[in-house]
Design a protein around this ligand. Structure first.
Ligand code: KG4
Ligand code: ZN
Length: 371
């Protein structure tokens, strides 16, 4: 296959968890249309049920794609490439989304680009318009969501290093579990943040796991257990609201302290970082955002928090990662179909996304179709 260059818009699909999303971007990264549908059925069950999510993606996707095409004013014939997140994530959803995009790619005789979900979060900060000037490599990504919690050195397209990550729960997962213990709904992060405004952050003594420890790993399970113990002392009695608010505020402060400490350590591991970028649902938390902003300003570097709709799961980030990948392959003089299967992968570490500049086979992109 010849070197591919994108001259028409890219259509991207994201289905790795409970968002069914589609976006269409111009070759320069202008968002022409985007649709994100967050599946609602999971809240009552207290979390995302993989089988239900996969079936919902299957039912929703045709409508979501056609709605997005209508909003863009384009027809399928005018799309230059199709992209989908093929991992990491829930395998059922990944199979649905990637096969849908592959089917369209075959039918329209266009390339299919397999996008790593974490890579898509990592590159979103470079989407035109997110910051006044496109941020440059290298930068530190803090990905903090319900499913992910990691510090990543982003050195270039396809060039990532995980500096540290959680050894048990993800940060959002900890927020959700503590919120559940406090009788708040799911997802718990936003409700817990709201309740915390009524409480005192120094009221309840809770641990700050791994604080000050070398490296930038995270752990939240001890903190969660400490909260459970505090709550257990009330037995079957309803928790007084003031106490629940104190717990929420104290828990949030602990997470915040841990996160800023880990971010400082991660920066020490990537001393040439030009900015700190946050992504994931937990980046919506005002206290955490402000604290991380302070870490960046102390280090004299920029802080980039993409707008919330781009921090949480969406297909625009998948489309943008596909554009960056296509450009990087073209710049390296490599064709897109370099021989690695595009099968969906529930686990797909960033270290297995190979740089487009590599000379050996290892591209995570191709137009060949495999399931
Ligand atoms: O990125 P996201 O929408 O989905 C994935 O997990 O992939 O993140 C959702 C997570 C949930 O755990 C939710 O509780 C958390 O982000 N979250 C928050 C806030 N808003 C959402 N956590 C703390 N404070 C918030 N304001
Ligand atoms: Zn995500």
């Amino acid at each position: 296959m010849a070197i591919f260059s994108l001259t028409a818009p890219v259509l991207a699909i994201e289905t790795s968890c409970d968002e069914t999303a589609c976006a269409i971007l111009s070759p320069q990264g202008e968002v022409l249309a985007e649709t994100v549908h967050t599946q609602s059925g999971h809240a009552a069950l207290g979390g995302v049920v993989p089988e239900i999510a996969a079936r919902a993606h299957l039912a929703l996707l045709p409508e979501i794609v056609s709605e997005t095409l209508t909003k863009s004013g384009l027809s399928l014939r005018e799309i230059g490439a199709f992209a989908a997140c093929t991992g990491p994530g829930l395998i059922g959803g990944l199979i649905v989304g990637s096969n849908y995009a592959k089917g369209l790619a075959i039918a329209m005789d266009r390339p299919f680009i397999a996008v790593n979900h974490i890579e898509a979060h990592a590159l979103t900060a470079r989407l035109p318009g997110v910051s006044a000037e496109q941020i440059k490599f290298p930068y530190l990504l803090l990905l903090v969501s319900g499913g992910h919690c990691q510090c990543v050195a982003v050195r270039g397209v396809g060039n990532y290093e995980k500096l540290g990550g959680t050894i048990d729960d993800a940060a959002g997962e900890a927020f959700d579990k503590v919120a559940k213990m406090l009788g708040l709904g799911w997802p718990g992060g936003p409700a817990l943040e709201k309740l915390a405004q009524e409480g005192r952050a120094d009221a309840v003594a809770l641990p700050r796991p791994l604080l000050g420890r070398a490296g930038c790993d995270f752990s939240f399970s001890g903190l969660k257990t400490a909260v459970a113990r505090q709550i257990a002392s009330y037995g079957m009695e309803a928790l007084p609201r003031a106490f629940a608010a104190d717990i929420a505020a104290s828990f949030q402060r602990c997470v915040c302290d841990v996160m800023t400490d880990r971010a400082r350590h991660a920066l020490a591991m990537l001393p040439d970082a030009l900015s700190i970028v946050v992504a994931g649902g937990v980046a919506a938390n005002g206290t955490i955002r402000t604290a991380l902003e302070k870490v960046a300003s102390e280090a004299g570097i920029a802080f980039v928090a993409p707008p919330l709709r781009l921090c949480t799961d969406n297909a625009t980030m998948v489309g943008w990662a596909a554009i960056e990948t296509i450009e990087a392959y073209a710049a390296a003089g490599r064709p897109l179909d370099d021989g690695i299967p595009t099968a969906p992968r529930p686990r797909w570490p960033l270290t297995e996304v190979s740089p487009p500049g590599a000379t050996e086979s290892g591209a995570a992109v191709l137009s060949e179709v495999s399931v």
